[in-house]
Every structure is written in structure tokens, then in C-alpha cells.
Design a protein around this ligand. Structure first.
Ligand SMILES: Nc1ncnc2c1ncn2[C@@H]1O[C@H](COP(=O)(O)OP(=O)(O)OP(=O)(O)O)[C@@H](O)[C@H]1O
Length: 390
């Protein structure tokens, strides 16, 4: 459809020109993406009306003003300013539109509920089923402090940097550290009706128990409560369409590991361990629990491996061989050896994942790990084989 040039003479009240401009504005608005729902505002029932009117009636060549109704999903939507600005800019970019006015309001409850229902696609409540196309990767370790959360956060960012749509669940309920590692400590999810919108960091959608408890508070829940929380993270958090959902598991073989095993028996599991051979025992145990629930252990990451010294020697602070030992016991490949790195630790403390730094050896190792995992594809993990037993 042709759009009149800005300079074309217009008759006051010329509906055909204004109608064409309205269509052009609507088309321009399809480029405005809601940062939380990750879809165009035009597909989210957020633009109930677009009108183009003559702003100066009676003038020989009146200016065209776009009057746009914008309905946000909730009161106090954190992305409100950004969405309004993007709507204004998109409308103003249409040739022939000289003024833009945006009437900002909030959609009514029925519209919002219908929207959430539609976004969920009428799917079963739990979207990450065996049949979904999202790969689920649980990162586990035998004991605490081996760098599991650091590896998980960096891995998620590396996969997102490779173009994958990534969600990250911090299921390490007692030692949640993912928000800090990704620089979003204090970020709160937004509630839209019954759905919870996860904050985003470094292009990863993140949910953590740390976002629901008061700063400094400890989580001292027992099994059923933990199970409900993990279940709620998987059902009520709106991640949108994901290529990969990554879970930072608590270390060891506790209640959460069992819950995740029950809820996501088709998940792939990555085991993080250190170079200490003595740690192979506990690392192996965490994988055994995963296997008991049907999950597939895809490999081992050895973290805190040798640190290259300026003189060319390698400082093996935690010994060597632990990764190979664990991988051999589990009969899976050692997918990465991530060296000790001051940058990795500093990046974690500062909330800036080192994985985006081209010069850090640990970052490079995690980028390669991400590529290996992405290349692996979903494989047959959890997919129905379509074989009918005779
Ligand atoms: N390769 C590494 N080089 C240097 N420091 C590291 C490395 N990996 C992790 N660290 C540091 O080790 C500490 C423990 O890491 P992290 O919190 O990721 O461990 P974790 O296994 O997730 O622990 P937990 O499960 O108990 O929460 C952090 O201070 C982190 O910065």
C-alpha cells in the first residue's frame, strides 16, 4: 500500500490518506517489541486503536497526527517508558506523520487473562515437557564451591551470545547466586496476572529464589515447599519460546535434585567437578541420582584446572585428573577443562560474566563448552522413539 509523502498536499479530513497512514503506522508498530514478552506490541493486544487525524483543521495543508492507544499489561510495568518511547519513534518514522500522541493506560483484566492464556498456547501448564522443543540442561555437582554456578551463568550467557534463546532457573535454593553473577541482584520479576515475567540479563531470562526472599534472608524449607517452588518456576514463569532452559542445581543429591528429576525426567545433565581426584566420588554420586530419574548425563566439566603462569609453567592448585576420572566413571566425555582464572572470579563478583571477554582462557573454555553443547543438539534425550514394541 502506498504511503503518501510528507510533503504531499492533503485535504483536511481526507479519510483515504489518513486511512493509508493509519495502516502504515500499524505496520511500523509491528517493529515495537515488548522487552519482557518478546513479541510485537501489535500481537499482544497492546494497541487497541490507531487513528490519524488532521491536527490543524481548516489549514490548507494540515499536519497529520497519529493518535495511538497503548495498553500496558500491568500497572507500573517496568518497561513502560521504553515501550512508549519505541511506539512514538515507530509512529514518527512513518512518512507523512508529523505528530504523535500516545494515550498510555493499562489493559483490563479480561484482556490480560486472555493474552496470557494465548501466550501459553493452550499448552499444558508445564511447558517443558518431553514433547517440547526446548532442551533442558541441569548443571550439577557433587559438592559446593566447585564453581558450578559460575560455570552455569557463563554458559547461559555464552549460549545466548551464540543466538540461542536461553532461560536460566536458579534452582540452587539454599545457595542462590545467579542474580549476583549476572549483575541483577535486587531485580524483581513482574507479575502479569498469574504469570511471572523473569528479569533478563545478558540476553538470558533468569528466575531465582533470591528474587522472592528479603535480602540477607535464608531459605530453610523442606521437601514439599522446595518441590512447589521448583514446579512454580517451571510452570508460572513465562519464558516464552526457548531453545534451552538451564538449571543451576544445588550441589549434592537432595530434595531439589529429586523434584527436578520427577518434573524433568528428559533433562540432560552436566556434572561440574574440580581436578581433585578425591572429588570424583561425590561428583559421580550426583550423576547417579540424575540417572535414576531417567535423565541423561551428557558430560563433565572440570573447573579450576591449571593456571598458566607468566613463566609458561602451569600451577595445578587443585591437582589434576579429577575431570577425566569422573568422566571415565560415568562413561561420558569430559566436555571442558576450565582453568583457574582471576578474571572469571572477578567477573562473578562484579556481575559481568567473563565469557564475553575474548582474552580470558576460562572464558574461551566456556565458549567452547557452549559450542559443544549447542552442536550436540537435543539428540534422543527424552524424545519418543516412535517404535512400537511387538
Ligand atoms: N575457574 C575459576 N577460577 C577462579 N575462581 C573460580 C573459578 N570457578 C569458580 N571460582 C570462584 O569460586 C567460588 C565458588 O564458585 P561458585 O559459587 O560458582 O561455586 P558453586 O559450586 O556454585 O558453589 P555452591 O553450589 O556452593 O553455590 C566463587 O568465588 C567463584 O568466583
Amino acid at each position: 500500500m502506498g504511503v503518501p509523502a510528507a510533503s504531499a498536499p492533503r485535504e483536511p479530513g481526507d479519510r483515504s490518506v489518513n486511512g493509508a497512514l493509519e495502516d502504515a503506522v500499524r505496520t511500523a508498530l509491528t517493529r515495537v517489541i515488548d522487552p519482557e514478552l518478546r513479541k510485537p506490541v501489535t500481537e499482544l493486544d497492546m494497541i487497541p486503536s490507531v487513528r490519524v487525524v488532521d491536527s490543524a483543521a481548516g489549514d490548507a495543508s494540515p499536519a497529520a497526527r497519529a493518535e495511538i492507544e497503548l495498553r500496558l499489561t500491568i500497572v507500573g510495568c517496568p518497561a513502560a517508558d521504553r515501550i512508549e518511547r519505541d511506539v512514538r519513534e515507530a509512529a514518527a518514522s512513518v512518512a507523512g506523520i508529523e505528530e504523535v500522541s500516545v494515550d498510555v493506560g493499562v489493559m483490563d483484566r479480561a484482556t490480560r487473562d486472555a493474552l496470557i492464556e494465548r501466550l501459553r498456547g493452550g499448552r499444558a501448564r508445564m511447558p517443558f515437557t518431553r514433547e517440547s522443543t526446548t532442551r533442558v540442561l541441569a548443571v550439577t555437582s557433587g559438592k559446593g564451591g566447585v564453581g558450578k554456578s559460575t560455570i552455569t551463568a557463563n554458559l547461559a550467557v555464552a549460549l545466548a551470545a551464540q543466538g540461542l534463546r536461553v532461560g536460566l532457573v536458579d534452582a540452587d535454593v539454599f545457595g542462590f547466586s545467579i542474580p549476583g553473577l549476572l549483575g541483577i541482584e535486587g531485580a524483581k520479576p513482574t507479575r502479569v496476572g498469574e504469570a511471572i515475567m523473569p528479569p533478563r540479563a545478558h540476553d538470558v531470562a533468569v528466575i531465582s529464589i533470591g528474587m522472592f526472599v528479603e535480602p540477607g534472608a535464608a531459605v530453610s524449607w523442606r521437601g514439599p515447599m522446595l518441590h512447589r517452588t521448583v514446579e512454580q518456576f517451571l510452570t508460572d514463569v513465562y519464558f516464552g519460546d526457548l531453545d534451552m532452559l538451564i538449571l543451576d542445581m544445588p550441589p549434592g543429591t537432595g530434595d531439589v535434585a529429586i523434584s527436578v528429576g520427577q518434573l524433568l525426567p528428559h533433562a540432560e545433565v552436566l556434572v561440574v567437578t574440580t581436578p581433585q581426584k578425591a572429588a570424583a566420588d561425590v561428583a559421580e554420586r550426583s550423576a547417579v541420582v540424575a540417572r535414576q530419574t531417567g535423565q541423561t548425563v551428557i558430560g563433565v566439566v572440570e573447573n579450576m584446572a591449571g593456571l598458566a603462569q607468566p613463566d609458561g609453567s602451569v600451577l595445578e592448585l587443585f591437582g589434576s585428573g579429577g575431570g577425566d576420572e569422573t568422566a571415565a566413571r560415568l562413561g561420558v566425555p569430559l566436555l571442558a577443562r576450565v582453568p583457574l582464572s582471576v578474571g572469571l572470579r572477578e567477573g562473578g563478583d562484579a556481575g559481568i560474566p567473563i565469557v564475553t571477554d575474548e582474552n580470558d582462557a576460562a572464558g574461551a573454555a566456556i565458549r567452547e563448552l557452549a559450542s559443544a553443547i549447542a552442536r550436540r543438539g537435543r539428540g534422543l534425550a527424552g524424545k519418543p522413539l516412535g517404535v512400537t514394541p511387538r
